[in-house]
Design a protein around this ligand. Structure first.
Ligand code: ADE
Length: 433
């Protein structure tokens, strides 16, 4: 929305976005500059009702320089963000200058308006950005906060700069330049982000130092190809409940960007995965979702998460994102398999936190089993939706088979999660105002 008060002009927008959690993981870049992924990945965007980044961007002549506040604190404008902003200044600013602006408060269509360029006496460079972004969940601790944050930035910037539809595909490219997985966070439901075609991977892996020379034109083509697309909207997932079980709110020791670079340079398993398994897992995940085959979905999601962490271990020096809590959770979920006719999917990103996918018929039982086995005593360590779910779960007895699993596993479980969020698959970025 464009508003004018005296000499001050403001174009302002607010969006909410949420993390997209990969069910088939992205790990490794083909190219560091264009952020082209070695392998395709697919993931679900969580509901903004339960986890959200809320970003407000104002483009205004009120300030002399860009301002960026993250979680209430001034934040440096990174090289990646500068690259994104350059795109808007090059592609959008001139067109924005032709937009009409109201000349006074309460202006209506009949009043004569000026173009934005006329209002600024021809100097569009007077417009500076104010970015305010707040995450409702831990930042930089392995819960895809930067993906959600950069997706919010991308959609807000498209809005304030009034980007034309012809650039729609660029929303994904722009988010990708900020943070690879952000390209998946700009849509809801299940979102697939395409990796570079196999022939390029083969050439790269066969070359000395994994380096291949491509023309600018080839890079541009790959850049257009490696974008994210929604494959299944949120209505496919009405049966599915999700728990984000956060171990702690600490920042991770090895950031994803440097971790995946190390893996790309040293892991043999990463090459095998990029060439042979990631696309097979993606096809299987999509089929399982279409057929509502949740046990098969759980099998593939677990397999892919474990393979990703095996790649981390296969890296020199090895990277450990899983900790004792993660191992306790993996063991416990596998123990539950023997007591249940359904299987719970677990997946771990570049951090120790678990994301669990459960059919809604079993949600109450699973939350209660975790609550008891992991000795959680504080209701405040559950989100409000999780508290309601637990209250309902307490109204009936757990089946004996589950009680037995809890009793035998409880002494072996040495860790307690700090926070559990109950959520659903979401519909993607939401414009607030
Ligand atoms: N990195 C982590 N969270 C972010 C946010 N909300 N906006 C921009 N960058 C981020």
């Amino acid at each position: 929305m464009i508003t004018v008060k005296g000499d001050i002009l403001k174009i302002k927008t607010t969006y909410e976005t949420s993390p997209n959690i990969a069910l088939v993981k992205y790990w490794g870049k083909f190219d560091e500059e264009y952020i082209l992924p070695l392998n395709s990945s697919t993931g679900i965007t969580l509901s903004t009702e339960d986890l959200q980044t809320r970003t407000t961007i104002t483009l205004t002549n009120k300030y002399k320089e860009i301002k960026f506040l993250l979680n209430g604190e001034p934040h440096p404008v990174s090289g990646r963000l500068k690259k994104i902003l350059k795109f808007f200044e090059e592609k959008a600013l001139a067109a924005l200058g032709e937009e009409l602006v109201p000349l006074q408060e309460g202006d209506n269509q009949e009043t004569k308006r000026k173009t934005l360029k006329e209002f600024l006496n021809g100097d569009l460079s007077q417009l500076k950005l104010k970015i305010k972004s707040v995450n409702s969940f831990p930042t930089a601790s392995g819960l895809a906060s930067s993906a959600s944050g950069l997706a919010a930035l991308s959609v807000c910037l498209f809005d304030v700069y009034h980007m034309k539809e012809e650039y729609e595909f660029q929303r994904s490219v722009i988010a990708r330049l900020g943070s690879g997985s952000a390209s998946r966070s700009i849509y809801g439901g299940l979102v697939e982000w395409t990796g570079v075609p196999h022939q390029y991977l083969q050439k790269k892996f066969e070359s000395k130092n994994n380096e291949i020379q491509l023309s600018e034109q080839e890079y541009e083509q790959l850049s257009k190809l490696c974008i994210a697309k929604q494959t299944h909207n949120e209505s496919f997932f009405e049966d599915l409940d999700i728990f984000v079980v956060a171990y702690s709110f600490e920042s991770k020791e090895v950031p994803s960007t440097s971790g995946m670079l190390q893996s790309t340079q040293t892991s043999e398993l990463l090459k095998y995965r990029a060439l042979n398994t990631a696309h097979v897992h993606i096809a299987g995940v999509k089929q399982a979702i279409e057929q509502k085959n949740y046990n098969e979905l759980a099998r593939l999601v677990r397999l892919d998460s474990n393979q990703f962490h095996a790649v981390c271990l296969d890296t020199t020096p090895p990277i450990f994102y899983l900790n004792d809590f993660s191992k306790n959770m993996i063991n416990f979920i596998h123990q539950l398999d023997s007591a249940l006719e359904y299987h719970v999917a677990y997946t771990f990103d570049a951090g120790p936190h678990a994301v669990l996918l459960v059919h809604k018929n079993h949600t109450n039982q699973v939350l209660r089993a975790i609550y008891e086995a992991f000795s959680i005593t504080d209701m405040n360590s559950l989100s409000s939706r999780a508290q309601q779910t637990l209250k309902q779960a307490m109204e009936s007895e757990l089946p004996e088979s589950i009680q037995k699993i809890i009793q035998t596993n409880k002494p072996k479980i040495t860790t307690t999660p700090s926070y559990i969020i109950h959520t659903k698959v979401g519909k993607g970025p939401t414009k607030i105002c």
